[in-house]
Design a protein around this ligand. Sequence first.
Ligand SMILES: Cc1cc2nc3c(=O)[nH]c(=O)nc-3n(C[C@H](O)[C@H](O)[C@H](O)COP(=O)(O)O)c2cc1C
Length: 163
Amino acid sequence: MSIEAVQFKNALRLWASGVTVVTAHAPEQGPRGMTATSFSSVSMEPPQILVCLNQNTDTGALVRETGIFAVNVLAAAQQAASNQFAGGATQAERFAALGWQLSPAGAPWFAEALVSLECKVVQCVTAGTHWVVIGEVTDAVCRGGEPLLYFDGAYRGLAPVAG
Ligand SMILES: Cc1cc2nc3c(=O)[nH]c(=O)nc-3n(C[C@H](O)[C@H](O)[C@H](O)COP(=O)(O)O)c2cc1C
């Protein structure tokens, strides 16, 4: 028997994470992007990562269609971008509000992200409402800086650990 939805949400919100924006691009549609915290490293050899994307999202559909996507790890100063890419703005407004360029294979990389990965879809597993998208990392730009974090339903920043 599954646990109740509220109990599930209350449990999962206690998992701290960074914040990413997953992006894709097609000449006819332009850029698409969505905020996603469901990012994880998967394998070193070959280099693979995963993101879990709701099947109802524009970005998820374009990732599947093009087979190419980027993962932009947001900096502490990019809280507004996170909210916009989580549905607070149209796709055109989201991309007009920040600097970006296409990666060599054609996925939007954010100029101010801590790191931008370029990935090729190698597997897309349907899991409930979401697709678990596994991507092979084909390129990366590391810029560094302070990360934007998400925990217990709120944005956070790094703080020194006591002791
Ligand atoms: C902090 C945060 C993390 C999120 N993580 C995910 C995620 O991992 N996967 C997902 O499908 N949606 C996630 N969402 C929701 C999507 O960002 C949101 O549904 C999507 O951007 C809406 O895009 P649309 O308006 O183009 O449909 C998250 C939202 C927030 C605020």
